[in-house]
Write a protein that binds this ligand. Sequence first.
Ligand code: HEC
Length: 599
Amino acid sequence: MAAALRFCLLLSALFVAGGAFAAPADLVEQGRRIYTEGISVSGQPLQASRDGGAILSGPQAACIGCHRASGMGSVEGSQPVSPIGQRYLFATVGDLVMANMDGRRGKTLNQTHAPYTDEGLAMALRQGVGISGRSLSTVMPHFVLDEQDLAAIKAYLQQLSAGYSPGVSKEVIRFATVITPDVSEARRAVFKTMLQSALTAKNSSTSPRKRYMSSAASFATQTERRWDVQVWELTGEAQTWGAQLEAHYREWPVFALLSGISDTTWAPVDAFCAAQKVPCWFPSVAVPTSGNAAYGMYFSRGVALDAAVLASYLQDASAETAPKRLLQVQVQGSGSAELAARSFGQSLMAKDRTVQTITVDSDAVKGRNELIKALQAAHPGDAMALWLSAEQLRWLDGIQPPAGVQFYASASLAQLGSPQWIAPSWKPVLQVVYPYALPQERQANLAYLHSWLKLRNIPLVDEVLQSELFFSLNLMTDTLQDMLDNLYRDYLIERTEDMLGRREAGKVEQENRDRLTLGRLGRAAVLAEAVNGSAVGDAANPLAAQQRAFGLGESGGTTVYPHLSLGPTQRFASRGAYIVRFAAGNIDTLAAQSEWIVP
Ligand code: HEC
């Protein structure tokens, strides 16, 4: 066995390094350029025609536009775009794989066909005739390809999604969840408890003959797998996290990072995901990335979104409420506050306004003194953004807010999605950029979460965090089920881009129906009643009563966000926020000061 393995390794080394075998690597690269960039082997733009007329050239003609990075295809209008990875084009009938083509109408599986030959591929690409002689849909262009191009594209397709991504075997999918060192003990604990509880349930249901969570299709194709999840708890300074992640990853290659939690910055984790092409799957974070997420899928842009929303709000303010001067306070060395301040400044600059930035020390005593001075610098008619964390917001205790100044905080940065405490003198004046559905609005969305927690005796510690984790786990379960045995990371991302919005709509509809037919109002109603002070029962019109109680008219999601959706290449599922105030005396009741603002 060991000898055979060495022999294989030797052969593959020869294959890569040996002169006579070197062509394939080049060919694959040439094929990649055709597939993803629309550049022929000659270096000229790829040419194609469609519908007998329209000429496509270069990137417009690139295969990736329709067949996607994974080669798993998509749906164009109502036309399924076939999967064309190795396991689809070249597999013999016995090894055929199945793909769910169109998530909108139940299970539509891909067409099967004989394995593609060189001639067959040439016919399909040049003349639009499939391997079995069938004319392909006119959506598939006819390409101008010479022999070299054909050899290159074939070499590329032969290795495209040819095996599972790292972290996947026939029985198991490996994940890791990352916790950065700044996360408070309470949040860390409830996060781990929920994760553990969900995994236990998941894995006991995927053990043989207990396929509680599996769909008919995944059952038929035997694609249910156990999840092995490691918790990677990072330590030390943020600049060392990348190396820690790499070390973990070498020991334990994972398919994806499943959820995760950070109170400061997630940017080093996002960078790791981009470098390793590992999906960063909906973690609970305030600063997901400092650039453009490549392999990260996030709830929102976090503090950068909050800053942009605030800039928009202030800019659009009517003449009477428009602030005279804009000021912002950031804390020295806080990456999150600096990012917020930078984003705020940039958003304002785009609107021809400037902001004066005051930086205070990060030490609690010194910082608080400097904050007092900063507050004195604000005059009536000014607006001041306080980019403070939950901890730093406590510095305001005992300080009297100066009169006539508008003050704003970021809910992402200060964890005000489910606020714990606000200094009493600030409650009436502090306004908050709030990228969530209002608490009184979202109870219906969270009914399932609340009963899930109750059933397991897990406390509600942080509604935003717990809702995000719950969603992240459930969405992974559902998406993997849809993917059947096609466990490629790019496909995970593509599938989510295409399906997230539809899945939300479908779930909301189903949950509303369930509630109605089951006739149980559950915890959601109790909470809704507590918040709204409304009576729930209405025998004559149960649906209307429930809609009133849950505020279903306005909300329509499954999380603390009003609505989640994505599109191709989008990475942030929620893209707006409210400006809110605390209703006097009750920290859980928020009064919206604005519509939902999408900057
Ligand atoms: C504008 C969209 C579009 C582009 C660009 C495109 N395709 Fe297609 N392709 C399709 C559609 C749609 C089908 C399915 C046609 C059908 O089943 O009738 C298809 C089918 C195919 C098939 C036949 C698969 C089968 O199941 O028999 C192959 C092979 C193929 N494409 C390869 C490519 C390659 C390689 C490129 C790039 C050089 C490419 N396609 C670019 C839309 C596209």
